[in-house]
Each structure stands twice: as C-alpha cells, then as structure tokens.
Design a protein around this ligand. Structure first.
Ligand code: ADP
Ligand code: MG
Length: 601
C-alpha cells in the first residue's frame, strides 16, 4: 500500500489555522490592534467599512518592520515575540503565536505598508489568499498600516456565516473598547464609514472609561485597589444601583490582556452580594497584574482564557478589592446618608474616612490629627460659615470638620489661611505637594449638586422665606412640567402654590441660594429642559444639576475669605470633589516638582 500522508500546502494549512484565529472582522481587528500595541504605537487608528466586511484597516505609528520582516511576518509561526518555549513564561506582549497575519492574509486581500523610523522608504506588500502579488519600496509614514479587504472572499461558506452589519460592528467595537480600556495611555480612533465613532486621547483610566461609555459614568465609579505579594488588583467598579440588566460592561484584564473568567466574575459578584437587584450586572474594569510565570495564556487561540497557578488566591484578592471599594466609597446601603447621622457616626463612617484619606494625601497627617482633636470644639463653635453655604445642620458638621482640616498647614497658627482668589475666577490654595487651583464655579456646582441630590434622596432641604412672594407665569407646557415635578422641586427648598391657571406664587427659595425667586425658578426650569433635550438624565439628577448650575457661584464673582474657606471645605466633603456634575475638572494641583523645574538649570 502506498504512503498516503501528505503535507498540506501552506495556503490550506493557513486557512485552517485562520479558522481558529479569525472568526469574523472583529477578530482580525483585534489581532491587528494587538500587533500595533506590541509595536509600541502611541496612536492607533481603526477604519472599518460595512462593519469590516469590505474593509478593515489598522494604522499605527509603532516600530514598523524592515523589508525582510514584513515579508516574514506573513509566514505562519513567524514571530519576533518569543524565541523559546521558556519565553512564554515571561510574556509581556499580546501576541506570541505568530499566526495572526498569516491567517488574515490567507483569507483576504491584504495590503501592508510599513516603515522603520530610521529608514527613508518603507515596504508595500500586496497579498491575496496567502499569495504575495506585489512587494516594492514605498514612501509611507513611520509605523505600519494594514488594510484587509473582503475578508473570507475565498471561503464563501464562512463569509455567508457572518452576521448582519450591526451585529458584526458591535463585535468589532467590543474588541476595540477592550483594547482601548487596557491601554488608556495610547490614543485610539475608530472610524466606521466616514464617522468617527470614538476619538480617544491618551488619558487616565477613569477618563478613558468616561470617554468610552459616557459622562454619566463619572458619578458611578469607585476606585479599587488591593495588593498582595502575588498579585495586584486595580481599576474601577460601578455603583450597585447603576448595575444593568444586560451583561457586557464587565471587564477583566490580566497583565493588560482582556480575559473571560466565570470564576473571577463570580468573585466580583460575590463581593456585591446583597447590593444588586436580581439579574443585574455591575460595571467593572479590573486589572490584575501578576508575574507571567504564574499564568498560562497559551490555552486558547484567541487568548481570552487564562490559567492561574493559584486560582483561589486570585479569587480572594479580587473579591476583597471589590468589597473594599464598595465599603470605602459608601456604596453599601448600611452606611448611606439615610441613616440617622450623629457626629460620631459620621466621623467613623467610611465615607468620612475616604475624604480623610484623600485629604491626608493632599495635606499631610499632622493636620488630620489636629483636626480630629479639634472637631468637637469646632462643632460647638458651629456658626454657619456663610450665607451661601448655609447648609442643613448635618451638612454643617461635616463641612466644619473638613474646613478645620483643610485650613491649616503644619506649623501654621490657628486662623491663618493660605488661600486667595485669582482673577475672580479661581481659588488658589497651598497644599502639601504644591499649589491647588480650584475653579470656583465648577467647584461650587459640585458642592450644590451633591447637596441637592441628598435632599432629593429623602432629606428635604430648608427654605428661605421671601419677604415679598413673587408670581411667575408659565406657558401651559412648562406649567405642566412644573406640576409633574412639584414634589421634587419643593424638596429642593422652593415654596410655592398655584396662583391662577398657569402661574405660581413663589414664597421661598432653597436655603443658601441667592437671587430673585423668579429668576431662580425660571432658570431651574430652563436648565432642566435644556438638559433634558441634550442628555438623557434621570429626573432627580437633572433637577440637582440644573439648580446647581443656576444657583452656584459664577466666574467673575468676588469671594470673601469665609466664602472661599466654605467652598473648599464643601468641596472636599463631596463624594466626587474632582469633577463638576458635567464631568469637567474642578481643581488641579500644580506640583512643587513642576514649579522647581522652572528654576533648575
Ligand atoms: P505575533 O503577534 O503572535 O507575533 P503576528 O502574525 O500577529 O504574530 O505578527 C507576526 C510578526 O509581525 C510580529 O511578531 C511582529 O514582529 C510583526 N508585526 C506584525 N504587526 C506589526 C506592526 N503593526 N508593527 C510592527 N511589527 C508588526
Ligand atoms: Mg499578533
């Protein structure tokens, strides 16, 4: 009997391998993006047409390839990333199998342009179904651009298997989002047809999350951090009440590689236990860093599964990281504002601790200690700090506490304060590691926003009685809107009654706000409608935001010493002092080292 075993021709072997690596446009985009990341790109641009079915292209400004490497990169098992099996245990790159480009080239019409930084000319390669049709020098940008046309053109069965454009596009954007989350330091653009779906600048993780998922995420993120000798977990979790009924916003990365793990997902869900409604899934973006020698990524061709040496230890750390974040950020109902707050509780509550920690970082320990010693006395002295910040009694306690904390530098005499207003727009304050510059308008909006939200959540705010109640006329639509929200508006501190068909008599405005009744009320409704048209906000959030915007201190307003101090203490008693309700920065710290750098020779 003759021998019957034959080596498969490369083109067929590649097609078979492709079946594992490239299942759809999304997988090709993922592989190309990973290569760009591995090549050290700072900017990565993804272009797709018809959800990637007719064209998908990834352009990077990474290292590029020499002419020989460009040609080699298309061979199966050709990789620059590992040399020996041992290298698998120190793996830091996304790729290592050397299969992706060979696979994609086997099932598409591919064009590659690539140039090394120090070369004048780059290389152009045109490949069709593994066959190199053209190879020539070309003038091109530094880095690599790979375009893939008509994926699976030569395997009709597979091509027919692709789903509708929206479905394929969703898959592609999912891959894009994962990589963009894993690498916030890289700029990414995603263009579908002629439209930029995403245009992401290098940023911090929190900013990247907001850029990808929307500003509403700003409010709901709590940072997570836990470290042991084995692993480090960092990232953000979403508030339990923002959990969604659908899955899809749960992201787990191991050494910056997106992975799926039911086991670790369970660890997160376990930490949320009791806080979630049935069948809802919290948002999370968690990064696990672990020495590559303790994991095996070589279990699945798409590399989204991973094996840990000690899975249970990883589980425990992930769970504990999430639990801590939930506790430290007062996301658990046991310690929320609804509890009957007395001062001791407040001081011991984790919410207060978070602020303390924040402030400890910024202002140093000694102040904190002196603050703790003095809080009682301070509270006894508790006169409202200013009319503008005439908050409820509970708020007052917190405010004073933080005020005392913020106001003194080590060694500084009581009562002496180093903060001043700049250009009637900013408040400048010296802090431990530099100069803190605060946007007065944004900061006050944040303070008021949180105050109003608390009121709307069941702690009605006080009202300032008007000496001369004012009538305000509305058009019928606005009047109907006001009546729909009557209860909420009153909770904010407005007092009014219906006075005629579509008019109101306003006899009180929220305590601590300034301005005429009419102006404030009309402003609130105007702003509410504007927000409603532009942003899909829940009613309370919209109301709180609108009033914060209208009632807050504006740029150009002169602030007295007391107002400045009250603004600072109010801000740092906030849940999210860093951002305005709209997500803009409220303050930044001009670092001492930066100042020093101006003077060094
Ligand atoms: P792997 O990423 O597993 O090594 P690939 O088939 O994806 O395998 O790529 C093969 C090789 O081609 C890589 O190891 C790398 O050297 C080179 N390469 C691929 N894409 C790029 C790129 N965008 N920039 C620079 N080099 C690249
Ligand atoms: Mg690769």
């Amino acid at each position: 009997m003759p021998d019957i075993i034959q080596q498969l021709p490369d083109s067929i072997a590649n097609q078979i391998a492709a079946g594992e690596v490239v299942q759809r446009p999304a997988s090709a985009v993922k592989e190309l993006m990973e290569n760009a990341i591995d090549a050290g790109a700072e900017t990565i641009k993804v272009i797709v047409k018809e959800a990637g079915k007719t064209l998908l292209q990834v352009i990077d400004d990474g290292a590029g390839m020499s002419e020989t490497d460009a040609r080699m990169s298309l061979e199966r098992h050709a990789t620059s990333k590992i040399r020996t099996a041992d290298d698998l245990f120190t793996l830091r790159t996304m790729g290592f199998r050397g299969e992706a480009l060979a696979s994609i080239a086997a099932v598409s019409q591919m064009e590659m342009r690539t140039r090394l930084a120090h070369h004048e000319l780059g290389t152009l390669l045109v490949v069709e179904g593994s066959e190199v049709k053209k190879q020539e020098p070309v003038a091109c940008e530094k880095g690599t651009s790979i375009s893939v046309r008509n994926l699976f053109y030569n395997i009709p069965a597979r091509r027919n298997f692709l789903k509708s454009n929206p479905v394929e596009l969703r898959h592609t954007i999912d891959e894009f989002q994962r990589l963009a989350l894993a690498h916030p330091e890289i700029a990414f653009t995603f263009i579908q047809g002629d439209e930029a779906v995403h245009d992401l600048h290098p940023a911090k993780l929190s900013q990247r999350i907001v850029a990808l998922f929307g500003k509403s995420y700003q409010e709901q993120l709590a940072p997570c951090q836990e470290e042991t000798t084995l692993i480090k977990v960092t990232g953000y979790i979403g508030r339990p009440e923002s959990a969604k009924k659908t899955r899809g916003e749960q992201f787990l990365f191991v050494n910056h590689r997106f992975i799926r793990s039911n086991y670790l997902h369970h660890a997160v869900m376990n930490a949320f236990e009791g806080l979630l409604q049935d069948n809802s899934f919290p948002f999370y973006v968690l990064f696990i860093e672990i020495d590559p020698k303790h994991i095996d990524v070589n279990v699945h061709p798409t590399k989204t599964e991973i094996k840990f040496d000690d899975e249970r230890a990883v589980y425990a750390v992930v769970r504990s990281a999430v639990k801590q974040a939930l506790g430290a950020h007062n996301l658990t109902p046991a310690i929320d504002f609804k509890a009957d707050v007395n001062l001791i509780n407040k001081l011991n509550s984790t919410q207060a601790l978070t602020n303390q920690q924040y402030y400890e970082e910024q202002f140093g320990n000694s102040l904190q200690r002196s603050n703790l010693e003095r809080w009682e006395k301070l509270f006894e002295e508790g006169e409202p700090t200013s009319r503008l910040f005439n908050q409820s009694e509970q708020d007052q306690k917190v405010t004073l506490r933080f005020e005392s904390a913020i106001n003194r530098e080590p060694g500084q005499a009581a009562g002496e304060r180093i903060s001043f207003q700049l250009h009637e727009k900013y408040v400048v304050r010296s802090v431990k590691n530099g100069l803190m510059i605060i946007d007065q308008q944004g900061a006050h909006e944040r303070v008021l926003f949180e105050k109003f939200i608390t009121q709307l959540e069941g702690h009605p705010g006080g009202s300032q009685q008007s000496l001369f109640p004012q009538t305000v006329d509305f058009n019928p639509a606005d009047f109907a809107l006001v009546m729909e929200m009557e209860e909420e508006i009153k909770t904010l501190g407005f007092r009014f009654e219906v006075f005629g068909k579509t008019s109101l008599l306003i006899s009180g405005i929220p305590a601590g706000t300034a301005g005429s009744e009419k102006e404030l009320f009309e402003g609130l409704i105007e702003q509410f409608k504007k927000n409603q048209a532009e942003l899909a906000l829940p009613l309370r959030e919209n109301l709180a935001r609108s009033l914060a915007k209208r009632a807050g201190i504006k740029a150009g307003q002169k602030l007295g010493k007391e107002e400045i101090e009250a603004l600072l203490s109010g801000l740092f008693a906030c849940h999210t002092p860093n951002f305005t309700p709209e997500g803009d920065t409220t303050f930044f710290i001009f670092d001492t080292s930066k100042i020093e750098s101006y003077f060094r020779r």
